[in-house]
Design a binder for this molecule. Sequence first.
Ligand SMILES: Cc1cc2nc3c(=O)[nH]c(=O)nc-3n(C[C@H](O)[C@H](O)[C@H](O)COP(=O)(O)OP(=O)(O)OC[C@H]3O[C@@H](n4cnc5c(N)ncnc54)[C@H](O)[C@@H]3O)c2cc1C
Length: 504
Amino acid sequence: MNAFEPDFIIIGSGPAGVSAAVPLVAAGRRVLMLDGAFGMAETVQGARWERTLGSHLQSLRPDDGTSPKLQAPLARDLINGFLDASAIRGDNFVAVGSLGRGGLSQVWGGQLSLLDEEDLDGWPIRHADLAPSYRAVMARIGVSTTGGGPEAETAALPAGAIASRILARHRRYGLVADFTLWPALNAVLAHPVDGRHGCDLRGDCLFGCERGAIYSSVHDLPLLQKSPHFALTEGARVTELKPHQEFGWAVTTADGREFRAPRVLLAAGVLGSAALLSHLVTFPAEGLRLLNSPTLALPLIAPERLFRRATATHSLAQLGFALRYGHARLDYLTGGFYEVNTLPASSFINRMPTGRRGGRALFDLLSSSLAVATAYFPGDESRTFLHLNRTSEGGGITVRGGFADGLEERAKVILGRLAGHWRRLGLFRLPGAAIATPGTDAHFAGTFPMGGWGNLSTSDLGELSGFPGLHLVDGSILPTLPSKYITLTVMANADRIGRQLSNT
Ligand SMILES: Cc1cc2nc3c(=O)[nH]c(=O)nc-3n(C[C@H](O)[C@H](O)[C@H](O)COP(=O)(O)OP(=O)(O)OC[C@H]3O[C@@H](n4cnc5c(N)ncnc54)[C@H](O)[C@@H]3O)c2cc1C
């Protein structure tokens, strides 16, 4: 028998788990949070060399073609630990999941989007159902824009020189039908709040923010732990979920402990939750469909900024943009605009055909004029499926990544249109634009959709069909994946479910 008898067990301390816990605990419901974490948070607090190179110099390994962010030591540790423990492997897919306190929010880019009524078409909930939760989550995590604007109500941090100029031009030139540009909305504090510091624009955000300016769900744990209704057990990697006649649900961990509660909320991230449910449900023969956002990266140069000194800014997105490319509701790309002088030199040098020394010289000369636009396609452009491995392959899950038919061809045309819009604003396309390996986006959804049909669907409270008391509260239950940044919606939806369950 556990000393603390919970009403709810939440599995995972990432953004989804914490967002579901906050309203439940506030309503006086007893919550036990289990996390398989093995003490990641310390890495962010380490010496600067340790944060950038890694205590085992992981960052000096050859560039594996993923985003610079995924190569940072903290990200490598979080993801590799998860993949090993969960026996998940990618086939033409970068399988991104986490085993660590705070989950992927320890390494995320912090860019935020809100879905509108059109984006929610086909969901069993409306925008009005999410709106109070969007507001509550944004107030809790702290948000700011980059550069702001005359109409800005949100706190603003200074934008880099390239971003300020092109945003000013975009505003001056007036509306374009298919392309919009705005100051990025990021989960980064401009001013100190609750023991977290405001951003000091030092620009090494990629390696974890030791000031706590960038939101991570790690920040919410001490606040939750102040409540007698909340308990966190770390080092508790869940391996099995079982219905229990008397208690509702029994949860077993890798070290053999068992925890029980009437309801279990699964927030292990889309891949982590699927791995846990793979013991409880049968995946379809063709595999379990996962929605992800195929991603394009477009390197750009602003000739007017050549050989100039870079201005201090953070290395999160400076601007957000959207490009409509078709007539269907979700036929648009959303993305972030980054200034390269805030990214690690290696991510540029390793891609230059000049060798390392030449690449370094070029980087020093050019970095103040370089930028990258990263764009995401909506999830219906992905064709990714989760397959259970046969026992002879050692069990576990293989994630087979792919794109919708003709996407690579369409992407070339769309890249050309995108480059045209940047050119109009004074930025020129450099070689190296490419569609990334599926999964690099880390925007995953749709494995157990809310309001779907069949035994792999969930109710509007994320309750899995045929398993009363077992709720999913992470991205797994989003029925569609618009191209927007998705985590704020994952959090708002978990908050909404937590609020509703607090009355049950
Ligand atoms: C490099 C990078 C940049 C990103 N940038 C952005 C961005 O700018 N904007 C945006 O919207 N999104 C971004 N994302 C995506 C964002 O990080 C995720 O959407 C978000 O973290 C998902 O939250 P989650 O709580 O569902 O899962 P996670 O963050 O993965 O958390 C899962 C939790 O479950 C725990 N767990 C897993 N398995 C088990 C188990 N078996 N037992 C116990 N505990 C377990 C883990 O320890 C962890 O605490 C980015 C992701 C990456 C990798």
